[in-house]
Ligand binder design. Structure first.
Ligand SMILES: *Cc1c(COP(=O)(O)O)cnc(C)c1O
Length: 215
């Protein structure tokens, strides 16, 4: 679908949920996409993208920023501590803060660099063993721990289990956010972003619906 098709669907979902237009930000997930699919979206003026890997983003975005001017790029995928410095210099937000060790590394680097991207804590709402994210029961403590480190945590992120109703997971994430005073909710992908908007998403991460299937 075109960028206009997706932004229209976002706007309709906002309206259907009784939310103000523009309350949801569309993250165009450009990971693993051929450049000739991403360039039209940049040329159309979209300036918020998502990537899964630090190295892939480091290869693409500095050049595109030279060409198109400032573009916000958010890291959605897992972050290893040894890539944290590069990530902090490259991304405007990181959606995958998921463990105390990474929190401490980011806090140390934030001091050193004098800056830190906006942070989302990833919550493993389905408690899936193979999936990243803090367990729901540990979320309140981990949020407090990150705040004690002075990290700029603005919200929460989740990736629901593939075989379950995502609405349950979006609602659970929204509840953790509400009781911790975190306003930003990164939830909803190509197949379920309208549901996520109904449940309060502020950031939807749309890849294949916008760019086509990944290679
Ligand atoms: C790949 C990815 C997306 C985009 O998925 P689509 O189904 O292509 O929209 C969103 N969020 C994360 C964390 C991803 O890894």
């Amino acid at each position: 679908m075109s960028l206009t098709d997706i932004t229209t669907r976002v706007a309709r979902a906002e309206a259907a949920a009784g939310r103000p237009g523009g309350s949801v930000r569309l993250i165009a997930v450009s990971k693993e996409q051929p450049h000739d699919r991403v360039l039209p979206v940049l040329r159309a003026g979209h300036r918020l993208f998502g990537e899964n890997r630090v190295q892939e983003a480091a290869d693409k975005w500095p050049g595109w920023r030279d060409e198109f001017g400032p573009v916000d790029v958010h890291l959605l995928g897992p972050l290893q501590s040894n890539k944290a410095r590069t990530a902090m210099e490259l991304f405007q937000a990181i959606h995958s803060l998921d463990r105390p060790k990474l929190a401490r590394t980011l806090a140390r680097l934030a001091q050193e660099l004098g800056q830190c991207p906006a942070l989302f804590i990833q919550v493993n709402t389905g408690a899936e063993p193979q999936k990243a994210g803090i367990l729901p029961d540990d979320a309140d403590n981990f949020i407090a721990e990150c705040r004690a480190l002075d990290l700029p945590v603005i919200g929460l992120m989740c990736i629901p289990p593939v075989d379950e109703d995502p609405a349950t997971h979006f609602t659970a994430l929204a509840q953790i956010g509400a009781r911790n005073g975190l306003d930003a909710l990164s939830m909803g992908m190509s197949d379920d972003f309208e549901t996520a908007i109904a449940m309060g998403a502020t950031h939807v991460r749309v890849g294949s619906a916008l760019f086509g299937a990944r290679r």
